[in-house]
Design a protein around this ligand. Structure first.
Ligand SMILES: Nc1ncnc2c1ncn2[C@@H]1O[C@H](COP(=O)(O)OP(=O)(O)OP(=O)(O)O)[C@@H](O)[C@H]1O
Length: 409
């Protein structure tokens, strides 16, 4: 347990101190969530991520501990407020819609029984507004069976948010969607959490979810939290192999300026032309998401393209410029390391840095270099020897802009 987890407890929206033993599995953790914050809960299979969500949602009872939301105790010894009365919503892998009810009636249900307790006509009207927000205008009469998997998950998101939860728990909400639909759903969740100011905890195996959706990451292993911090900090200095494997990419979280991303230390990262255009201009992201435009290829494809730089998919970036927050992602193997300043005509990111670490990598040697964030290069042992690299060496690093993908955050 990191002290930081309790540091912000004073102004936390949600505080949880949970212990549970189930056969040979035991869970023991404390976590807090600030108002409006999105926390990604990462961890290997069986580490207890879903169990944490069940305990927070009131679907399971801890052996000991408590859950409090905005000062109201929801779980305590001998007291567990029922899931429907906790103002904590849950969106899982499966949409779990009522199959015999229309999309509109599914959403209206949440508005009638939830805190709002609207009458039937008001609930129908509001439900249609929610369906508009998630890009399902005109599909209110459709029953779930007539909708695609992605559309059903949008209805489930609309239903979850329509209930007005203080905290939304998301259990791998993209896991059941295909590679084309998942990025669109991710962007929709990002937009809707921001627009509604809803705090959220997202359980995920996908690093892109953490990068795009979360302010903070907590890593669960064998029922305890072993790492916690801002997404960039945890990924930059992974403290366990699971996170290291997840973080097998360079991640630069910064601000958008003139279609490039400026890192906290002032270095500017030029990105692929298509992404740069989307960063710089008011892009058509909302429409692309709303219309399920398959042309609006998503982040998953972009990550795949990291393995195949010839691919250059269009990314559904939201309109953005100025101080918008965005992330640049590129592979350590794309970073070229030289001891002399390179002279290139082609658009490249070039900067000098000091070598701060030389470690075994996934397919060679990982070179850590100074900066905020640190940049990792992966090169062959022969190259390390040829260049005479040692801790403290000054090197010139360069990355082609075409190898750098960008994502809005
Ligand atoms: N209802 C249950 N009864 C008994 N044991 C359970 C139950 N649900 C989960 N477990 C056990 O609790 C442990 C944690 O499971 P959990 O599903 O929370 O992990 P997870 O991190 O969400 O895993 P995954 O990523 O595979 O979904 C596992 O050992 C699992 O077998």
């Amino acid at each position: 347990m990191t002290p930081a987890l309790w540091k912000s407890a004073a102004n936390a929206l949600l505080t949880a101190n949970l212990q549970l033993t189930r056969g040979s599995f035991s869970l023991d953790l404390r976590l807090t969530l600030a108002p409006g914050e999105v926390l990604a809960l990462l961890g290997p299979n069986g580490s207890g991520k879903s169990t944490v969500l069940e305990l927070l949602a009131g679907l399971a009872t801890p052996s000991s501990g408590s859950v409090a939301l905005d000062g109201t105790v929801l779980t305590a010894p001998g007291r567990v407020v029922a899931p429907e009365n906790r103002a904590i919503g849950l969106l899982g892998q499966e949409p779990l819609l009522f199959p015999h009810l229309s999309a509109r009636a599914n959403v209206a249900f949440a508005l009638r029984v939830g805190e709002a307790r609207l009458n039937a006509a008001q609930a129908r009207q509001q439900a249609d507004r929610w369906l508009d927000r998630v890009g399902l205008t005109g599909l209110g009469d459709s029953v779930p069976g007539a909708l695609s998997g992605g559309q059903q998950q949008r209805v489930a998101l609309a239903r979850a948010l329509a209930a007005g939860p203080r905290v939304l728990l998301l259990d791998e909400p993209m896991a059941g969607l295909d590679a084309e639909t998942a990025p669109l759903m991710r962007q929709l969740i990002r937009e809707q959490l921001a627009e509604t100011g809803t705090s959220a905890i997202i359980v995920t195996h996908d690093i892109v979810d953490a990068v795009v959706l979360a302010d903070r990451v907590a890593v669960l292993h064998d029922g305890t939290l072993i790492d916690e911090g801002t997404t960039a900090a945890v990924l930059a200095a992974p403290r366990n192999p699971f996170v290291a494997a997840l973080a097998g990419v360079n991640l630069v979280v910064g601000t958008v300026q003139n279609g490039a991303i400026v890192a906290p230390d002032g270095r500017t990262f030029a990105v692929r032309p298509a992404d740069a255009a989307a960063l710089a201009s008011a892009g058509p992201a909302a429409e692309a998401i709303a219309s399920d435009d398959p042309e609006a290829a998503g982040i998953a494809e972009a990550l795949e393209a990291l393995d195949d730089p010839a691919e250059s998919p269009r990314i559904p970036l939201a309109p953005g410029s100025g101080n918008a927050s965005a992330a640049a992602v590129f592979r350590p193997a794309s970073v070229v390391v030289q001891t002399e300043q390179p002279r290139h005509a082609s658009p490249r990111n070039v900067w000098s840095a000091r070598v701060t670490g030389i470690e075994p990598g996934s397919s060679g040697v990982r070179l850590r270099t100074s900066g905020d964030p640190e940049i990792i290069a992966e090169l062959t042992p022969a190259a390390v020897a040829d260049l005479g690299l040692q801790l403290g060496s000054t090197v010139w690093l360069s990355v082609k802009a075409t190898e750098v993908s960008a994502y809005h955050r």
